[in-house]
Design a protein around this ligand. Structure first.
Ligand code: 5AD
Length: 344
């Protein structure tokens, strides 16, 4: 039995800019029938607007150095126990090559905010673009307009920069040396420069509420991101949030579902964090409306060192295994570049 207020909230968020009260109603659903209905609705929105397919993005974690001190992240500079590495160009190219051999057409180069020279990243981008017919996505944190510009000129196609939270106070509490306004500026710069832009949040960071998430979803609707990543917060033992509980699975899935219904077009990963809880919940992420899987292609001797949270799943996954993940939810893998689906 689905309550009328749920039907009404779903109708409204599909047809107009979502109201906070409707988002809160849907995010907070906990009756199994209503949750099933919410997730079935988001799956059908995904199928209608993005087709019945899953995109693959090869994640390559190029450096674990970071001069930042985000309270939730195991790479923060105060974590003396973290081991740090930077891949050589040759190692990186090998990772890209193994992804390409598996038929993947996008690589995501991710690192902590390690201050790598602009020019060396430009060279890597240009080298990858010269060698392989693939899209290059960067996830290297906050940098200057000029850096983003140089990387775009070198051939980068997309950039991922999660907003983490649109609540100014929560943002300040989680990021002692960053401000919400500088993050917003970075997202604007990326857009201006013509990148396909991805953003997102963690669900369950201390101090976040359903209302905070509702405001974040309104922000996603306003900004019309090409990609949106949503995953549960997982406490890391060497951070100030070590004793905080992990993000709630159900709330994470509801956040994916409601975001899909409200924003329709973005590529949304069933995140690695969803695959790293007590078991792998990426299937549930796809059932809630996600449409991207990000298999890890970091060289095996570095994988364990890139510990933004504990037990991060980074097993090598065969083409067959990834195809099984997709077919189990009635989707098939699209081996193309899978560029932005936003109209216009
Ligand atoms: N748990 C879950 N996700 C995390 N991230 C960073 N630390 C954690 C954690 N402890 C996410 C952030 C960041 C992305 C790369 O990983 O949202 O933007």
């Amino acid at each position: 039995m689905i309550r009328q207020c749920v039907h009404d909230a779903l109708d409204r968020i599909q047809s107009s800019f979502p109201r906070i009260e409707d988002l809160e109603t849907l995010l907070g659903l906990c009756d199994p029938d209503e949750i099933r209905y919410l997730h079935a609705t988001s799956s059908s929105v995904r199928n209608d607007f993005c087709q019945e397919r899953v995109a693959l993005r090869a994640l390559i974690e190029i450096s674990s150095f970071c001069h930042n001190s985000c309270l939730y992240c195991g790479l923060n500079r105060y974590n003396r126990k973290a081991s740090r590495y930077t891949m050589t160009e040759e190692e990186l190219l090998q990772c890209v090559e193994s992804a390409v051999k598996q038929g993947i057409r996008t690589v995501v180069l991710q690192s902590g905010e390690d201050g790598t020279a602009t020019e060396s990243i430009s060279q890597i981008i240009a080298l990858i673009k010269r060698t392989f017919p693939i899209a290059v996505t960067l996830s290297l944190g906050e940098r200057s307009y000029d850096d983003y510009h140089a990387w775009k000129l070198a051939g980068a196609d997309r950039y991922l920069l999660r907003i983490e939270s649109t609540d100014e106070i929560l943002y300040r509490n989680l990021h002692t040396d960053r401000t919400l306004s500088s993050r917003l500026d970075c997202l604007e710069h990326l857009r201006t420069l013509g990148y396909q832009v991805g953003s997102g949040i963690m669900v369950g960071v201390p101090g976040q509420s359903i209302t905070t998430i509702a405001h974040d979803i309104q922000f996603f609707c306003e900004k019309q991101f090409d990609m949106i990543g949503i995953g549960p917060f997982i406490p890391h033992p060497q951070t100030p949030l070590a004793e905080s509980p992990p993000g709630d699975l159900l709330l994470t899935l509801n956040t994916i579902a409601v975001t899909r219904i409200a924003t329709k077009y973005p590529w949304m990963p069933a995140t690695t964090a969803l695959g790293s809880l007590n078991r792998d919940y990426r299937i549930e992420g796809l059932k809630a409306g996600a449409n991207v899987i990000m298999p890890n292609f970091t060289s095996h001797h570095y994988k364990a060192q890139y510990a933004i949270y504990p037990n991060k799943q980074s097993k090598t996954e065969s083409r067959k295994r990834l195809e099984q993940l997709a077919t189990r939810v009635g989707l098939s893998i699209d081996y193309g570049r899978c560029d932005s689906l936003l109209p216009g």
